[in-house]
Ligand binder design. Sequence first.
Ligand code: PRP
Length: 213
Amino acid sequence: MLRMALPTGRMLKQATPFLEAAGYAPAEPLSDTRKLTVPSKCGRVEYLLVKPVDAPLYVEQGVAEVGVCGKDVLMEVGADLLEPLDLGFARCRMVVAGRPEIERKLDNLLSPVRVASKFPRVAQHYFFKKGTPCTVFKLSGSVEIGAVLGLSHYIVDIVETGATLRENGLVVHEEIAECSARLAVNRAAWYAKLAEVRELLNNLKQAVEGGKP
Ligand code: PRP
């Protein structure tokens, strides 16, 4: 049996029908339970319900052999794991956003900019590459407030529908990356449990290609 780290919250809703389509339906609904581990009906996978940002760590450390991880979180955490499959759901964009009136080129600015983000490493790295000095404030949610109320010039955040930016009067200035859910695999498990991991990968791949859900 394989253990799969599965992020709670927004991604869990989209992951559940996908896992069902791949033949790994959970033995009970995942959204309401307070249990931390839930078996699959087929008995070949056990789900470990974790906070999205923690999922790569559980996989890297081998607590779970595999995990569903957002590309955004993988970029931020930089864990040492294999990333063999784009699962094709939870699509979003990682962007630099801010108020429309401060729109300006982000390259090689002389005066430091302030940036608020749930992804401080990504933000720091992005502005470093642009040659623009920045101070990054790490926030854990509602990041848009940072730009709306003047804590920061910019935010680095994910955009899915764009509604949160729109409704708060913010605009996208630059796109950093396209993101989606990925299957991450523990390096040792790739060899030690190759047959099981391969079977899982094949079934998930078919669900991706079948366009389900
Ligand atoms: C994410 C993200 C944005 C919002 C974007 O936050 O940080 O705030 O969703 O989605 P949209 O483009 O569809 O509006 P989330 O809902 O995960 O909550 P949080 O701000 O508390 O982290």
